[in-house]
Design a protein around this ligand. Structure first.
Ligand code: UDP
Ligand code: MG
Length: 313
């Protein structure tokens, strides 16, 4: 059996579409499944829609959060409650073509692979700003952690073994895409075209995307901290050269000049120190967040799912 995990945030129009398309597809291909909708604190009637679908179809269940915890938390909640031998994560807006699930399923079934990752062969319609931003973001990640994630997506099939490994990762600040690569396992890829959103519009604002990017980078790599050290070393080298120069000038007897150098040095060092402090502060705030060890999400209601099933694990 596979568990299909669908995070939904204000997707009242898409829930029935997703439920119908996926259940039909699974029936046609004779795949036994459960569909777990995770209502991420939607303000509209997403949860009612999920419950309606769950009444109609026993394979559909739902988890409802007490507020909006973000897509990452929704995915991890789904993984926690999933009972299948493999889990598939897919967007509710049908931008990830459900037909690809079957493709992933077949690869998983017929080969000895643990993760089947969906890769975007095209990114679909995006505005210039979004495109540039995501390019910069993935560039940074690639540089910092060596993982090329330009085409990566949250659309994956993950075997039980890898799901258990993910469930055991204790951190609160998660970056699903990278974490599922980090646990390793044999990975196979399928390519899909990002389709148009079914209904409604994307719920990511510029601010939330920016936050997501910074969070992902800092929770996945400490490279910015090392960059601080590199800057420090560079500054030291420059300082040595300047120091030699200053001493030479002093000996030769024209030491009154160099006032400019002092000011420039002052500006440079203080700005670098400030940036460094900022970066360190950011990591400290992360440590603070982790150490509080708050749960990733708070569940308000379950539908067709057993609380016991989580406790058993
Ligand atoms: N989503 C979520 N919580 C959020 C934001 C989004 O669960 O806070 C879900 C959303 O319902 C959808 C998926 O994440 O199923 C992708 O969201 P969206 O389509 O807005 O993002 P995009 O496709 O632009 O990356
Ligand atoms: Mg989308």
């Amino acid at each position: 059996m596979i568990s299909i995990i669908i995070p939904a945030y204000n997707e009242q129009a898409n829930v029935p579409v997703a439920a119908e398309r996926i259940s039909k597809l699974m029936a046609e291909n004779d795949i036994s499944y459960e569909m777990i909708f995770v209502n991420d604190g939607s303000a509209d009637s997403t949860w009612e829609k999920i419950c309606e679908e769950a009444e109609k179809n026993d394979n559909i269940c739902g988890i409802s959060f007490s507020r909006n915890f973000g897509k990452e938390s929704a995915i991890f909640a789904g993984l926690k409650y999933a009972r299948g031998d493999a889990c598939v994560t897919i967007d509710c807006d049908m931008q990830h073509p459900p037909e690809t699930i079957v493709e992933m399923y077949n690869i998983w079934k017929n080969n000895d692979v643990d993760v089947v990752e969906g890769k975007k062969s095209s990114r679909g319609k995006e505005n210039i700003f979004y495109k540039g931003f995501s390019k910069l973001f993935y560039g940074l990640i690639k540089h910092a952690s060596g993982l090329d994630m330009t085409a990566a997506s949250d659309f994956k099939l993950i075997d039980r073994k890898a799901v258990d490994a993910l469930n055991e990762m204790p951190e609160r600040l998660t970056f699903f895409r990278a974490m599922s690569s980090w646990v390793g396992f044999k990975t196979e890829y399928v390519y899909f075209d990002v389709s148009q959103r079914e209904n409604g519009k994307s719920t990511w604002s510029v601010k939330s995307l920016f936050k997501y990017a910074i969070n992902s980078i800092t929770s996945f790599t400490s490279a910015p901290l090392h960059a601080v050290t590199v800057c420090g070393v560079l500054m030291l080298a420059i300082s040595v050269v300047l120091a030699v120069n200053t001493i030479y000038n002093k000996i030769v007897g024209n030491s009154l000049e160099g006032f400019t150098t002092v000011i420039l040095l002052q500006l440079l060092t203080s700005s670098i120190i400030m940036i460094s402090l900022g970066i360190i502060g950011y990591y400290i705030s992360k440590i603070y967040d982790e150490i509080k060890a708050r749960p990733r999400y708070v569940v308000r209601e379950l539908k067709n799912l057993d609380k016991k099933c989580e406790e058993k694990k």
